[in-house]
Design a binder for this molecule. Structure first.
Ligand code: SF4
Length: 480
């Protein structure tokens, strides 16, 4: 949406105050994300800003009271966001909503949040009816994007300098089932176009649809340009609860898939999700979930305390006592915090990392090993580079490393030039490409005035310099 609006001549800015209209991209998967959308709409109204809502919250429930005078763009209409923004600026409430249409065209202009990462949504919707899920109401049944379009999109992204390709969808394993194909068809085609020095990360896949393709999935994960990483949400390790949730697999299915892959793919990194205290979860069911965590020591665990989502079948069921639900969530979280994938035996070992992100500490860069383990490296290793590094220390979620080869320190001036280039890229780069970017979750703020973000930054610097000079002058005058 940023790309479309920038391409249409709007200035996309990140300073909320500077914008005339706020484009809010919303997610309905959990209550806090929905609350955030609600709060942002309220804040926008208080500030007298026009609002365009996109994403699953407004798609699932467009008639909600708090969305009454807000423009809405449906999940399949992001190509029409300009129309909604234009109408909003004219004081109208524009509603562009229907799921009964093909995907937005793939040749849309785009702005990448990280210029080194292409987030490629391979489908929308899913084949399931999980009883706790509200996303289904917004996204509907599975609609896969064609193999040819996805491969062309990936190829183009790599040509534009992207280093990592992240596949996203509600259920990666289900891709293709509505168009007579299966997921290995797509993965085999994609690995063909990943250049040397680049890598692909697979997205979240529910167990049922990969069960038929474990051999091919293992083969793909062993490819040198594919991260050995898979996210398979189990949600509960009780068959009874899985049945109530309508998850359509058993614990044995999950273990069979995980064991098969762990056996064939060395150092495979498996992430999973649990929902604690689903309405029908007994203490014994929860213990089964805990036993599974103890068995696999998943390096990434997304632990969600159950919260009813309005309009879902599970919302009608009586809930587990709030104290008990909290205690179960806390117990699983505490156990998770108590173990680590990384131990001291890793110190001194070498890894090859691909560096594509800034570390949260603002000092290091983040590289990922072939198993998608986070390894923090010095800045001089360089963004977008593949480096051989040696582990120097380990933590719960990441390891620290130094490059094996000699890399000169970056001089301060070079670093600030790199920084400003990166800022300019991440804020302003508009790439007329052929794809949608599901991962661009940040809210986009649009300003239709003639001033650009670059000009704003320059003005801010000038104002700051003037303020410092003025302060000094005042101090001198006061002394005199
Ligand atoms: S697979 Fe289940 S949880 Fe995931 S989007 Fe579909 S219905 Fe929702």
């Amino acid at each position: 949406m940023s790309g479309i609006l920038a391409h249409a001549g709007y200035s996309v800015v990140r300073e909320a105050e500077a914008a005339d209209v706020w484009v809010l991209n919303s997610c309905t998967v959990k209550t806090p994300s929905e609350d955030q959308a609600f709060n942002l709409v309220r804040m926008a109204k208080e500030k007298g800003k026009r609002v365009v809502m996109a994403g699953c919250v407004s798609q699932a429930d467009p008639s909600a009271e708090w969305l009454q005078d807000v423009s809405i763009v449906g999940v399949k209409q992001i190509d029409q966001v300009e129309e909604a923004v234009k109408g909003s600026l004219e004081g109208k409430s524009v509603r562009i909503l229907t799921r009964n249409r093909p995907h937005a065209p793939l040749d849309l202009p785009k702005i990448r949040k990280n210029p080194l990462v292409e987030v490629l949504a391979i489908s929308t919707g899913c084949l399931n009816q999980c009883t706790y899920c509200k996303t289904k109401a917004a996204r509907g049944d599975l609609k896969s994007i064609s193999l040819e379009d996805l491969v062309a999109r990936a190829k183009k992204a790599f040509e534009e300098g992207v280093k990592e390709l992240w596949l996203t969808s509600e259920d990666l394993g289900a891709w293709g089932r509505d168009i007579g194909l299966v997921i290995p068809d797509l993965l085999h085609a994609l690995v063909e176009v990943i250049p040397e020095g680049c890598r692909m990360r697979l997205g979240m896949t529910n167990p049922p649809y990969i069960m038929d393709h474990l051999h091919e999935i293992a083969e793909i994960l062993l490819h040198p340009r594919v991260y050995r990483f898979l996210h398979i949400p189990i949600q509960s390790a009780s068959d009874e609860v899985l049945r109530h949730m309508k998850r359509e697999y058993t614990v044995v299915d999950f273990c069979k898939a995980v064991d098969y892959l762990l056996e064939r793919v060395p150092d495979l990194y498996i992430a999973t999700d649990f929902i604690c205290a689903y309405p029908t979860e007994s203490k014994k069911d929860f213990e089964e979930s805990m036993a599974l965590v103890r068995r696999y020591h998943f390096p990434s665990l997304f632990i969600n305390q159950y919260y009813p989502r309005s309009g879902t079948p599970a919302a009608a069921l009586p809930r587990v006592d709030a104290k008990e639900a909290k205690a179960r969530t806390a117990e699983m979280s505490a156990y998770f915090r108590g173990y680590s994938r990384f131990d001291d035996t890793r110190v001194g070992k070498e890894e090859t990392v691909l560096i594509c992100e800034e570390a949260a500490d603002g000092v290091h860069l983040v590289g990922h090993s072939s198993s998608y383990e986070q390894i923090l490296v010095p800045r001089r290793c360089g963004m977008g580079m593949e480096r051989r590094v040696r582990i120097t220390s380990v933590g719960k979620f990441h390891m620290m490393a130094e490059p094996v080869e000699d890399i000169p320190e970056i001089k301060e001036e070079e670093e600030s030039t790199m920084e400003s280039t990166k800022m300019a890229q991440s804020r302003l780069e508009v790439i007329p490409t052929n794809g949608v970017e599901e991962g661009l979750a940040d809210d986009v703020i649009v300003d239709n005035r003639s001033i650009s973000a670059r000009q704003l930054a320059l003005i801010t610097v000038i104002v700051l310099v003037l303020a410092v000079v003025l302060k000094k002058l005042m101090q001198v005058l006061m002394r005199d």
